[in-house]
Design a protein around this ligand. Structure first.
Ligand code: GSH
Length: 224
């Protein structure tokens, strides 16, 4: 089976990060096709791959699977031995719920704390509703770790789709210097130490494109 993953800028594309980190951290071989954003955060050339004109897109033997949640589900289905969802039914239901919640929610946090891995904007982005989103994310992490995380440092012990899904939030907490309780800081560190996450973040820091739509707190000249 031939897998190609079409992604956007590693510094900015949080939806791409989920799919890429999932495949890379799970050791699933794939070819990366990176398209860079224009100034409106549109991936140049994406029409050739995606019916939605958005990244990420996974090409499975040339057939497109779009939307990060569908990509993660497809990878989990093709590679059951990778245990990308928790095996236990209640744990798997919770993992699916928190991924769906991340997929469709946290609008306040997304709006004012866009993913920007190479930047440092401590204290920025604290608009109305953002603390509520942060508190909910911390509650999600505590719940998963307390109920199903005893076998390792990830939300369900071992690495699953849920960790890939919350990895972009981990980078946002770092970029915006969000104060975190000790347990959350430990989870943030554990996620950053995953080789798949570290590889994505390292590549993101090397990128130099400046996308104004994703940079509410910097100008082109003062981007770093
Ligand atoms: N729900 C989609 C969202 C994908 C998405 O919005 N991707 C952004 C980049 S991070 C994009 O391609 N934006 C271009 C556009 O909206 O034209 C997913 O999970 O993959």
């Amino acid at each position: 089976m031939n897998l190609k993953l079409v992604i956007g800028n590693k510094n900015y594309s949080s939806w791409s990060m989920r799919a890429w980190v999932l495949l890379r951290q799970a050791g699933i071989p794939f070819e990366e096709i990176q398209l860079k954003f224009d100034d409106d955060s549109r991936a140049k050339g994406v029409e050739a791959y995606s019916p939605t004109k958005r990244v990420p897109v996974l090409l499975v033997d040339g057939a497109p699977v779009w939307d990060s949640l569908a990509i993660c589900e497809t990878a989990a289905e093709i590679f059951p031995a990778k245990r990308l969802w928790p095996a236990e039914q209640r744990a798997r239901a919770l993992a699916r719920s928190i991924c769906a919640e991340m997929h469709s929610g946290f609008h306040a946090l997304r709006a004012t704390m866009p993913m920007n891995i190479r930047a440092a904007h401590p204290g920025k982005g604290m608009a109305e509703g953002v603390q509520g989103d942060i508190d909910r994310i911390l509650a999600v992490w505590d719940d998963c770790r307390a109920r199903f995380g005893s076998t390792g440092a990830m939300l369900f012990g071992h690495f699953t789709v849920a960790d890939a899904y919350y990895a972009p939030v981990v980078t946002r907490f770092i970029t915006y210097g969000v104060p975190l309780p000790a347990a959350a800081r430990e989870y943030v560190e554990a996620v950053c130490e995953l080789p798949g996450v570290a590889a994505w973040m390292s590549a993101a820091r090397q990128e130099t494109e400046f996308v104004a739509a994703d940079e509410p707190y910097a100008t082109v000249s003062g981007k770093r």
